[in-house]
Ligand binder design. Structure first.
Ligand code: UFG
Length: 324
C-alpha cells in the first residue's frame, strides 16, 4: 500500500508515519517544515513542499499511484486562529482543497483527515459522542469542520472515502524518546509543566481557577500520540474494507484538570512543579472528554498507552533526551 502523509514531520504526523512504516506501508511524507522537523523523519521519505502547491502535487501523484492520503498538515493553535483567521483558512481549508483535488484527479480513493475536538465548541454533554452538534467557537475549529464537510461532499460527488479523527488532547511521545513533541513556541500544557519543573522556563500559569469543575481548572482528555498513530492505520483499513466514510472521536474517555496534571507529574517523577494561578485563557471550554466507544467497537482501537502515567513518563523522558 502506498500512502502520502502530509505534515509527516510534525508531532502527530511523525508518530503516525513511523507506525505506518512499521506496518509495511510505503510512505511518502510531504511537509513544508514550517512547523515540522527534518529530524523527525527517518531515511529519504521526506519531500519538502506545500500542500497548496498544485504543480508539486501533480508531480507526486503522477510519480506514485497513492492508495491513500493521510492529511496532518495544518495550523493548530486556537489562540492564533482567532488573531489570524486568514492564515488558518488559507492553510487548513484552501490548501486542503488543493490536496483533495489532486487526490481525486489522480484516482486516489481514500483520505484520512486530522480533525479536532474543536469542531464541537462548548459541549452540551460529556463524554462527547461523535454525533454531538458541531458549533466551533474559534476559526481553528471552523476550518476543521469545513474540512469534514468537504470530505462528505467529495465522497458523494467523487467517491472519495474518508476517515476523520477528532483528536482531543494529543500528548506523550515515542516510548523510545527518538521522536516527540516540539512546538516553537510551545503552548501545550504537558510540555510546559515538564519544562517548568526542570527550570527550563518560568513557573507555569494555570489558566483559570473558577471553572465549574472539581477544582476550578479546566478538564481535558489526554490521549497518547502513539495511540493516535494506531487509530489512523486502523481507520484507513476500515474505510478500505467497508468502502465507506466515518468520523471518530479519539480520546481516553478520562478527563483531568490542569491541577491534577501537575500533581500527577509530581507523583510520577518526584519533581515539584512551580506554578501560579492565573486568569482564564480566552476560548477555553471548561471541560472536554471524548466518547471513544465508536473507535473501540468499529476499529478495535485500544488506547492502551493513554494513561496519565505513561503519557507523563514518555513526555518526561523525551524532554530529557530531545534532539530537536
Ligand atoms: N493550560 C494552562 N496553562 C498553560 C497552558 C495550558 O493552564 O500554560 C491549560 C489550558 O487552559 C487548557 C489545558 O491546559 O485547559 C490544555 O491546554 P493545551 O493548550 O495543552 O490544549 P487545548 O485543550 O487548548 O488544545 C488542544 C489542541 C488544539 C485543539 C483543542 C481541542 O492543542 O489543537 O485541544 O479543544 F483544538
Amino acid at each position: 500500500m502506498k500512502v502520502l502523509i502530509t505534515g509527516g514531520a510534525g508531532y502527530i504526523g511523525s508518530h503516525c508515519s513511523r507506525y505506518f512504516l512499521e506496518q509495511g506501508v510505503d510512505v511518502t511524507i510531504l511537509d513544508n517544515l514550517c512547523e515540522g522537523h527534518r529530524e523527525a523523519v527517518k531515511g529519504d521519505r521526506l519531500v519538502v513542499g506545500d500542500c497548496g502547491d498544485g504543480a508539486l502535487l501533480d508531480r507526486l501523484f503522477s510519480e506514485t499511484a497513492f492508495d491513500a492520503v493521510v492529511h496532518f498538515a495544518a495550523f493548530t493553535s486556537v489562540g492564533e486562529s482567532v488573531a489570524e483567521p486568514r492564515k488558518y483558512f488559507h492553510n487548513n481549508v484552501e490548501n486542503m482543497l488543493t490536496l483533495l483535488n489532486a487526490a481525486v484527479d489522480h484516482g486516489t480513493k481514500y483520505f484520512v483527515f486530522s480533525s479536532s475536538a474543536a469542531v464541537f465548541g462548548e459541549p452540551t454533554c460529556l463524554p462527547i459522542p461523535e454525533d454531538h452538534e458541531q458549533r466551533p467557537i474559534n476559526p481553528y475549529g471552523e476550518t476543521k469542520m469545513i474540512g469534514e464537510r468537504m470530505l462528505a461532499d467529495y465522497e458523494r460527488a467523487y467517491g472519495l472515502h474518508s476517515c476523520s479523527f477528532r483528536y482531543f488532547n494529543a500528548a506523550g511521545d515515542s516510548s523510545d524518546s527518538t521522536i516527540g513533541e516540539s512546538h516553537h513556541p510551545e503552548t501545550h500544557l504537558i510540555p510546559l509543566v515538564i519544562q517548568a519543573a526542570l527550570g527550563k522556563r518560568p513557573p507555569l500559569t494555570v489558566f483559570g481557577t473558577d471553572y465549574d469543575t472539581r477544582d476550578g481548572s479546566c478538564i481535558r482528555d489526554y490521549v497518547h500520540v502513539e495511540d493516535l498513530a494506531s487509530a489512523h492505520y486502523l481507520g484507513l483499513k476500515y474505510i478500505m474494507e467497508h468502502q465507506t466514510s466515518e468520523q471518530f472521536n479519539l480520546g481516553s474517555e478520562n478527563g483531568f484538570t490542569v491541577l491534577e496534571i501537575i500533581r500527577a507529574f509530581e507523583k510520577v517523577t518526584g519533581i515539584s512543579v512551580p506554578y501560579t494561578l492565573g486568569d482564564r485563557r480566552p476560548g477555553d471550554p471548561a471541560a472536554l472528554v471524548a466518547g471513544n466507544e465508536k473507535a473501540r467497537e468499529l476499529l478495535g482501537w485500544k488506547p492502551g498507552k493513554s494513561t496519565l502515567e505513561t503519557i507523563l513518563t514518555d513526555a518526561y523522558h523525551w524532554e530529557m533526551k530531545r534532539t530537536y
